[in-house]
Design a protein. Structure first.
Length: 296
């Protein structure tokens, strides 16, 4: 389809949004390989860049039937369909295709504890992540903070579960020794990090279920932590995360760190995650595509 290169940016914007929706729908099909999605996204980016340059040139030279002020450059740039797809659809396609953990990746020494064994015995609860599976996870490799913690010894082991009906996430962690502020006591910032990341895991699980009113990523905008009791270094703790409410691009969640399902409560948290606007999303997508976050 040819872009209408008149002074108004609306026809081109509508065309780009339409192409973005078509590409987005295609990216969620299990048959679409992430590399193919990225290739299509790069093609759209090239087409969009050419359209922006030509339309801007016409508006500046007065050949587009209007003045320079009539060319809304932002309206063209804020809807580069390919850029948005580059950030969101590749991750979605990879997540959609990710199989359940195999027996090797399911193994964790934490499963020797009876209270940990009882978590996946509940109806609708699946084991979705482990320390071993981080090495092959499509999004949680390289610079992910839990990967670094496990590599450097701040975490000794980890296993995660998700209740697909209650939409509740469970992260069981064996803490290391080098996680303290006051001697032998886990630093509060480390506890907050564990809670924030478990909330992020819940967000990822919800996206995989297509249970959110928005697509694309969401980031922590507010995190409020109340510390109830000290955690000793080397402890095994359970961090849970649940939905509190959803409204548009906003997702409120809550988290608790305890000494097992019925044990002492160490900390509670309430967090607001916000999905970026199309403006911010497009800018982030261009940067991530440029930096090769989703390499072919």
């Amino acid at each position: 389809m040819r872009v209408n290169k008149c002074a108004s940016a609306t026809p081109a914007t509508d065309w780009l949004q339409m192409q973005g929706r078509l590409l987005l729908r295609a990216s969620f099909r299990s048959s679409v390989h992430p590399t193919c999605v990225k290739g299509a996204a790069e093609t759209r980016l090239q087409q969009q860049s050419a359209s922006v340059r030509q339309a801007h040139s016409q508006a500046t030279n007065g050949t587009g039937g209007g003045s320079q002020s009539s060319f809304n450059r932002k309206q063209f740039i804020l809807y580069p369909a390919a850029a948005v797809i580059a950030l969101t659809s590749v991750a979605a396609a990879k997540a959609h295709q990710q199989p359940l953990l195999d027996e090797e990746h399911q193994h964790s020494s934490l499963l020797d504890a009876q209270w940990v064994q009882r978590i996946p015995q509940q109806q609708n609860v699946l084991q979705v992540l482990s320390a071993k599976s981080l090495d092959t996870h499509p999004l949680l490799t390289k610079d992910h903070i839990f990967t670094a913690f496990l590599r450097n010894g701040q975490l000794k082991d980890m296993v995660c579960f998700y209740d697909t009906v209650e939409k509740k996430y469970y992260t069981v962690l064996q803490l290391g020794r080098e996680v303290c502020g006051f001697p032998t006591i886990v630093h509060g910032g480390f506890t907050a990090t564990v809670m924030d990341e478990t909330l992020g895991f819940l967000l990822f699980a919800l996206k995989k279920q297509q249970a959110l009113p928005f697509w694309g990523p969401a980031y922590t905008a507010h995190l409020e932590v109340e510390y109830k009791a000290k955690i000793s270094a080397g402890s095994v703790v359970l961090c849970t995360a649940e939905i509190e409410s959803m409204e548009g691009r906003k997702l409120w969640m809550k988290s608790t760190v305890k000494d097992g399902p019925t044990g002492k409560v160490y900390a509670t948290a309430r967090a607001l995650f916000v999905a970026p606007s199309s403006t911010r999303l497009a800018k982030d997508a261009v940067r991530l595509l440029r930096d090769g976050v989703f390499p072919s």
